[in-house]
Design a protein around this ligand. Sequence first.
Ligand SMILES: C[S@@+](CC[C@H](N)C(=O)[O-])C[C@H]1O[C@@H](n2cnc3c(N)ncnc32)[C@H](O)[C@@H]1O
Length: 258
Amino acid sequence: MNELRSQASTWSRHAARYDELFLDPYGPHVENPLWEALAAVPDPARKTVADLGCGTGPLLPYLVERFQRVIALDFAPAMLECAGDRLGPAAADRVTFLERPMHELDDLAGQIDVAVAVNSLVMPDVRLVDRTLRSIRACLRPGGQFLGIVPSIDAICYHLMLLMEHALDQGHLPREAQKLAALHAERRHYDFAFGQFHFQGLRQKFWRPFEVEYRLAKAGFTSTKLRKVLYPWDDSLAGGESLTGFPPSWDWFFRALG
Ligand SMILES: C[S@@+](CC[C@H](N)C(=O)[O-])C[C@H]1O[C@@H](n2cnc3c(N)ncnc32)[C@H](O)[C@@H]1O
């Protein structure tokens, strides 16, 4: 649990500069299946949605507008503070803010119609990930669904490959090209075998698609569907300007039933 406390305070430290540091899945040029999945929720004005690991709250304005009840949960107090500021007092009054880790959902058992977790299923300890997934499933109403996005480690491999190809095309030798690609994509922050990312005190889990399916099924979710969230090659990705001719990079979106 010390790890949890330390990660919560590290996330809090990153709250103020969040937008500069992290890829934005809500950007206008991003193809994000989450929007379609949320728009397809029947009768949202009578439903409860939980934004788990809501961060600075970029999704909250949309959820507040559509759903009857919104729960915004995060274990990092500075993130919740930003989320409250973003909404302003009138809208914030309609949201229940919960400062706690997202495996602690016992009091919400059977109350949520739609649980959402965007890039927040990132605890490095997979035992905690499994526990969190079980808690999320238990808080769903019958027929409830879980929508999420997880950071993709396979997309980092793809990015490295393209950067290396680019360096080779520029005449670098393979060894040199590898070095350049590793430098640009900040390979040193990643453990590819176990899907981990270490950066300025943050320790995050990154995912491969088979692990998303495996862990959701292990927690009892059914009918899991995966799709890519597609990010354009732009200046938010290292060397993006030189890769615009290639298929885009991605994170993994999933929809699963409780
Ligand atoms: C990458 S940010 C994403 C924030 C937001 N969902 C978004 O789309 O911008 C991850 C957020 O999840 C929160 N988080 C990570 N692990 C958590 C956990 N176990 N319990 C609660 N919040 C968690 C962090 O504090 C952070 O605000």
